[in-house]
Design a protein around this ligand. Sequence first.
Ligand code: GLU
Length: 325
Amino acid sequence: MHKFFNRFALALLGLGLCFMPLQAEAKTTFITIGTGGITGVYYPTGGAIAKIVNDRTEFGIKATAEATGASIFNINAVKGGNLDFGIAQADSQYLAYNGKGEWEGQPVSDLRSVFSLAPEMITFVAAEDSGIKAIEDVKGKVINIGNPGSGNRQNAIDIFNALGINYEKDFKAESLKAADAPRMLQDGRIDGFFYTVGHPNGNIKEATAGMRKTRIVSIPEIKSLFEAAPYYSMDTIDMAQYPEATNAGEGKISTIGMKATLITSAAIDEEVVYNLTKAVFENLDELRTLHPALANLTKEGMLEGLSAPLHKGAERYYKEVGLIK
Ligand code: GLU
């Protein structure tokens, strides 16, 4: 009996010694980053941020990027503590923090911004054989405006409301996930779809490269929309990125855009947010190479388009390097 206990004690001691060096190392925090559908830009962007921190143990973070329903889903999941970080459109961030739109009367006051990412554009892809050449041509057609939880659904609704087009009556609005829309368009099940997304991306490539010919429809500057929604601005999509679209020769087509942003909750540890921000800003050259839509990121630009207050960890880093006072 005694012998057994002695051996047991020895074994325990041995185990303890094995783990000692591990304990002496800096503690690692595991974090999750909510992104979007796998064919968009959020998913590879979240993956790129994760890669930057995971490759550098000195920041003490192990991150996983998760595919989700996108902006609105991510904000609600961060709010509920089910995700630590999330990528969200600047307009969704604004609406959530200010208790508007989806969050009418229920501001997400713990929402914090970390930095902004690549610009996104409201992208309206339509089948050539549907005859849609302008946004008003949607009447009587089948159009995917996006899944609940996505930011693009709200963008499509905003545009139709501003133009006096009733999305519940004037056409058949589908609620498909962005990742399914190109296939449904190619299969002839829908006439067009909306996706608010950075460029270039795999989703629009897939939609424009199939047998069924497609175009990207320009969206005009809508005065009443811009007055009501300060977070929108005009932007362009470079059609050279989609050489198989029927209007590939049009150069840059104009549409409405905003920025993608990284958000978190005030409840997330200051040190973790500081380290993630520092890792990304110190390795921006690498981040720019990880997806073509990230190629033009700049440190100064990454502080634009944020409406929720900065998380104190991010703010500490920006002050330290003089990006803010
Ligand atoms: N902007 C889209 C949304 O939140 C997601 C875009 C992406 O996944 O790249 O609805």
